[in-house]
Design a protein around this ligand. Sequence first.
Ligand SMILES: Nc1ncnc2c1ncn2[C@@H]1O[C@H](COP(=O)(O)OP(=O)(O)OP(=O)(O)O)[C@@H](O)[C@H]1O
Ligand SMILES: [Mg+2]
Length: 340
Amino acid sequence: MQNGSIIEVKNLTKTFGKFTAVDNISFNVKEGEIFGLLGPNGAGKSTTLRMLSTLAKPTSGTAIIGGYDIVKNDTEVRKLIGIVSEKMIMYNRLTAKENLWFFGSLFNIPKDVLRKRIDELLELVQLTKFKNAQVGTFSTGMRQRMNVVRALLNTPKVLYLDEPTLGLDPQSSVEIREFVKKLNRENGTTVIVTTHMMVDADLMCDRIAIVDHGKIEALDTSVNLKKQFSGANATVIKLELSNLTPEIIATIQELHCSDSVTQEDSTHLKILVHGEEAFDSIIDAIRSKGGKITSMENLQPTLEDVFLHITGHQVRDSADQKMPMAEHRGPFARQQSRIR
Ligand SMILES: Nc1ncnc2c1ncn2[C@@H]1O[C@H](COP(=O)(O)OP(=O)(O)OP(=O)(O)O)[C@@H](O)[C@H]1O
Ligand SMILES: [Mg+2]
């Protein structure tokens, strides 16, 4: 293991025919870290996790998990990991306990140890009183807690969570986040979590890799990503206009210096801009359409601002998005993909 890294990803690539879903990515995850893969739909997050869990074979490159190669030592790797994936199967007609017993039996765990572990884990996620209820009757939040418990049956050193809070209400999302943090803190479990929820990435992760089109576009702590954003001559401004019109918004969107424009209410706009001339260009554009600016404020960038600056505003998974990118944009490079 290198510098306390429990996961070393080396030039990992996955292609499906001519389409490259994961494009030569390399990164390390330290032991005991919560590491986030943050990216839009189709960025390659799940495919990366599938390779790191030995469920999919890399086209090229590899990763070393706890000293074992995901390609050459897949059996050893599987003993170290637990995965909560997007589509987990639970048997609706079996009770919580029966499901866990079934999945736990797939590991080589002595029966008495497994029995105790199931009880402890159900207690940990507050499902003890539902242990004899059929899983089919559970809410989405309860099912997700079951999925997490299931991934923990073999006490993995590394836990992968693929979109763990997708479809959950705020209460259940907080619960899952807090549980993962507790597990990480108390057991030292290393976690890789994929998400496109900014709040998850911001509140859970020690470091975040922003991925898009199969590449890592930026990798750092949330605080540093925000600092780099400001350092890259990008900023967030909030404008108040007494006569805000759709035409004014469209004009700002057309400007080269504006990365995204969000209308907050009938008079306020939030604009992500970059470049030294940005303020002048925006003020000129607004005046040219007869707009009257009544106040202007510089805001601290949020992780979402950083994310949109890096990945752009274009909705993913349309057919043209499957075409290879013409060029690789470096971190914090100017976006080509704005709403037109
Ligand atoms: N088995 C497959 N065959 C062909 N294409 C695939 C396959 N699996 C994934 N892809 C494509 O690879 C790309 C990356 O998919 P992946 O599921 O890894 O994205 P993701 O970042 O997890 O997205 P989401 O946020 O929607 O879950 C997508 O364009 C997807 O359509
Ligand atoms: Mg996915």
